[in-house]
Design a protein around this ligand. Structure first.
Ligand SMILES: Nc1ncnc2c1ncn2[C@@H]1O[C@H](COP(=O)(O)OP(=O)(O)OP(=O)(O)O)[C@@H](O)[C@H]1O
Length: 314
């Protein structure tokens, strides 16, 4: 096994239209990790996946798939990748089993019914193996897409927006499945708009914006490093407006006037909390309770994109 499951260097893509979809992206993916690529619409996520999977030609750069050059050793490299694209690419008149078995054949692999049975069982599709695809629910069809992508035993699985337009229950089911795949040693790279998805599952998070990978970080470290906190104060009496004496802290008042919130940087030398509480005391504003909450990955992400190219140290 090579050092990385995937090693991307200087990857660029300029479409004929002139759009620079990727600008010299460098990225290493470790074996067995779940990497979430986050980015707004048009950031370049699908382009990145499509290039790695050989569906789109790069303008410049290289990709090594478990050490194999993705062009010079295309077959060996591609055989290690499973792709679940955004759009369904299945023949809806075929039964589940045939769809999955055919996908394995396409890679020239020996028939292995026991392996396919295991894949279908893992994806709770075994009972549906004889069902025609068009008779299945949307969630089941998505699972068939995953089974199809796993049919040739890839080490790396790309999931392009796996839960777009899917209800909450199905999304959770999908997350459980992805975790199960990780336990089996599969490396997973997923793109998503849903921060919650990255927060829930990823070991590392990459943020891509306008073709640039503006941040790659362990999820836990990212949340710690960039995280801000919010102080919530439950007031003893409702306020009709924020008193001028507190304006310097720019607190927010809830609609019912009973909760005051204040965002602060948890790493700042002075959080501003003691002085805010002192100013409240001077104003005669009492509170019954207080707590602080860590900002979510969503807050961090929105902040990063808003700042354009902030980077982790911003
Ligand atoms: N075939 C193409 N020809 C020209 N431009 C393209 C093509 N495919 C994508 N683009 C452009 O490249 C940029 C990146 O698109 P891409 O689909 O990779 O983004 P994305 O992050 O996957 O977006 P989304 O989240 O909406 O799927 C966009 O500006 C898009 O309009």
């Amino acid at each position: 096994m090579s050092e990385f499951a995937l090693s991307i260097r200087g990857l660029r893509k300029a479409y004929a239209s002139g759009t620079e979809a990727l600008k010299a992206v460098d990225l290493d993916i470790a074996h067995g990790e779940i990497f979430a690529l986050l980015g707004p619409n048009g950031a370049g996520k699908t382009t990145l996946i499509s290039i790695v999977c050989g569906l789109v030609t790069a303008t410049d750069g290289t990709v090594l798939v478990n050490g194999e050059h993705w062009r010079d050793a295309y077959k060996a490299a591609r055989a290690q990748i499973g792709l679940v694209p955004q759009e369904m690419n299945i023949d809806v008149f075929e039964p589940v089993w045939n769809t999955v078995a055919f996908s394995r054949e396409l890679f020239g692999l020996k028939r292995d019914d026991a392996y396919l049975e295991q894949v279908l069982k893992d994806l709770t599709l075994w009972d549906k193996r004889k069902a025609i695809l068009k008779e299945l629910s949307g969630g089941m069809k998505r699972r068939v897409m995953i089974a199809k992508a796993l049919a040739h035993e890839p080490r790396i699985l790309f999931l392009d927006e796996p839960t777009a337009g899917v209800d909450v229950e199905l999304r959770k089911e999908m997350w459980d499945m992805v975790r199960k795949l990780k336990e089996r040693g599969t490396t997973i790279i997923l793109t998503t708009h849903y921060i919650e998805e990255a927060e829930e599952m990823a070991d590392r998070v990459g943020v891509i914006n306008k073709g640039e990978l503006i941040l790659v970080e362990e999820k836990a470290a990212l949340m710690k490093k960039l995280g801000r906190k919010t102080l919530h104060l439950q007031l003893a009496e409702p306020l009709s407006e924020i008193p001028a004496a507190l304006a310097g802290w720019a607190p927010q008042l809830s609609d019912d006037g009973l909760t005051l919130t204040y965002d602060f940087d948890r790493h700042a030398e002075k959080t501003g909390i003691p002085s805010l509480l002192a100013a409240m005391r001077d104003e005669g504003i009492g509170f019954k309770d207080l707590d602080t909450k860590q900002s979510s990955l969503e807050d961090i992400f929105v902040g990063l994109i808003r700042n354009g190219n902030a980077g982790a140290d911003a």
